[in-house]
Design a protein around this ligand. Structure first.
Ligand code: ARG
Length: 562
């Protein structure tokens, strides 16, 4: 519907001899904070100089000029022109569009550009913890949004299966846990790592042994070590596979740190020859001090490669092999400096695609009792976290309804995943979250369960209304109904904004807004048995469809019954 407003404004401005393109007009249009200011508002401050009139006068003038056919009214309020869409026109267009386009409502078709979104990136031999859930939910959601918005998306996973953390694990296992059987159990794997860190903190002189293992793992000269690495790496990778399935994430390509060693070293050689990298105390570094980015170490004294240099290789592979137009890295905010160093170094080495790299920093997840850290072992494992939420959900469900065990399990898992994902997506990506279980799991307020509940509630109305070809009349639409339709009509714009700003939070909060509007409507008006039942059922259908589409973009599955 925004397009309609743009068209009117453009026409009138032209007649006033003001040159302003469609896009600029679109950017200026605002969504008023409350329906009494209309469905859309257009501020007139920017024309003051050009038209030599006050912004209030300009607004008044514009409001008078606009042809009112499509609107209930157009009025000037202060410096704004407020547009009130005609409710019949609105209902007719929006609701019809939604039920015709269904799952595609809000989808854009445009020239396909290829974007690679890298996310998940857990490290083998370590825990998949709560912080990873945030990055994974975000990466998957961004992929869905950009896909919906018309891009070709390649989802990439980059798993840390080599490096010092792996050496620590293997060292600790061989030395202290050799008697234990290797098992595909997240907790056991994580505990060996935690034990390694503890022992090394107590006896730092043991680091030497770990470094030796790291070196051997890199040269692959020790067969026993290679085999142990292979086996344990697979344990972690298999356990990850289950996690991203549960989290509704999928990948098109998998990269591994272990594949970047050779290429990384070649690149390092090259940039050493070009004098971008230098030797310092036996290590190979890039000095980025003049750019305020410190020293970036690529190779250790013993010649082993670091995380940094592997990322140089990865960037090259992404662009050369996949011919992408953009590479988005969804990675923890604590790696901000690393990515600035990476991008700067790529620039210094004249990497052609240096302007096509985007880092989306994901801020941390905290708990009311403080931060979690994967090194001290106070972190919360995904599986423990999930199970706790599932138990909680089961209790909630059982208080409301007695259902079979399978159905109970299914619903509880969906609710738990929706609660955790939603609480992580409704917040801006770069702001920390404090996760409070009781809050996230509430069936009311701005939570995942509330949205699922609103959906299920609306679906049950539709189920109860089967049969009968009811006439749909767009006359006598109440304010509250109009307000809901107007909200549903904004979905395509919200998707666009979320895609442009890379913020799924816009969609999350939008879903909450329309659900609130729906519940307000449902609270005041009955649907079945009302005189305008045909129209109201259509409205409910429109709502369920848009909410489902929105939740889908967040990677959250709906439930028919809750
Ligand atoms: N595996 C890394 C970690 O856990 C994150 C990888 C991020 N991606 C990248 N291209 N560096 O710290």
């Amino acid at each position: 519907m925004k397009g309609l407003i743009v068209k009117h404004i453009e026409k009138e401005l032209k007649e006033l001899k003001v040159k302003l393109g469609k896009e600029e007009i679109e950017k200026l249009i605002e969504i008023p904070p409350s329906p009494e200011f209309g469905d859309y508002a257009f501020p007139c401050f920017v024309f003051v100089k050009e038209l030599k009139k006050s912004s209030n006068e300009i607004a008044k003038n514009l409001a008078e000029r606009i042809v009112k056919d499509d609107f209930e009214k157009v009025e000037a309020r202060g410096a704004y022109v407020n547009f009130f869409l005609d409710r019949e026109v609105l209902a007719n267009r929006i609701l019809k569009e939604i039920v015709e386009e269904k799952d595609d409502y809000g989808k854009e078709n445009r020239k396909k550009k290829k974007i690679m979104i890298e996310f998940y990136q857990a490290n083998t031999h370590k825990a998949f913890h709560v912080g990873h859930i945030r990055g994974t939910s975000l990466g998957e959601s961004l992929s869905r949004i950009l896909e919906f918005y018309g891009y070709e998306i390649i989802r990439a996973n980059y798993e840390g299966d080599k490096g010092m953390h792996v050496a620590k694990w293997i060292w600790c296992y061989q030395k202290f846990h050799g008697e234990e059987r290797l098992i595909e159990n997240e907790t056991w794997i994580a505990n060996v790592y935690i034990d390694a860190v503890k022992r090394l903190t107590e006896n730092p002189e043991l680091e030497k042994e770990v470094e030796e293992i790291n070196r051997k793992l890199e040269t692959r000269e020790d067969k026993t070590l290679n085999e142990l690495w292979e086996k344990t790496r697979n344990l972690s990778l298999n356990s990850f596979e289950k996690i991203y399935q549960e989290l509704n994430a999928k990948f098109d390509v998998y990269f591994f740190e272990s594949e970047m060693e050779e290429k990384g070293k070649k690149i390092v050689d090259k940039i050493f020859n070009k004098r971008v990298a230098h030797l310092s105390d036996g290590a190979l570094i890039v000095n980025l001090e003049e750019h305020g980015l410190g020293i970036w170490v690529l190779l250790r004294k013993d010649g082993t490669i670091l995380y940094s240099a592997k990322d140089l290789a990865l960037a090259e592979i992404k662009f050369k092999k996949f011919k992408i137009d953009k590479a988005i890295y969804v990675v923890g905010a604590q790696q901000r400096l690393h990515f600035m160093q990476l991008f700067k170094t790529l620039e210094l080495m004249k990497f052609k695609s240096k302007d096509k790299l985007i880092y989306v920093p994901v801020s941390e997840v905290r708990f009311p009792w403080g931060k979690m850290s994967s090194r001290t072992g106070e972190n919360i494992l995904y599986s423990d976290f999930k199970n706790e939420l599932i138990e909680y959900a089961k209790k909630e469900i059982e208080e409301r309804e007695k259902i079979g065990k399978d159905e109970l399990e299914k619903r509880a898992l969906r609710i738990a995943i929706a609660a955790m994902k939603y609480s992580m997506l409704k917040q801006d990506t770069d702001k920390p979250i404090i996760f409070v279980k009781e809050e996230a799991m509430k069936f009311e307020g701005n939570t995942g369960p509330y949205l699922l509940y609103s959906y299920a509630r609306a679906r049950s109305i539709l189920r109860k209304s089967v049969g009968g070809n009811r006439e749909i009349s767009f006359e006598k639409i109440h304010d509250i109904e109009k307000n809901l339709i107007s909200g549903l009509g904004r979905f395509p714009e919200i998707v666009e904004q979320a895609g442009k700003t890379l913020q799924p939070a816009l969609i999350a909060n939008y879903c909450y807004e329309i659900s609130k509007k729906f519940n307000e409507f449902y609270h005041l008006h009955k649907v079945i048995g009302s005189e305008n039942v045909g129209f109201r059922l259509l409205l409910v259908r429109g709502f369920t469809q848009v909410l489902k589409n929105g939740l889908n973009l967040l990677g959250i599955d709906v439930l028919e019954k809750m």
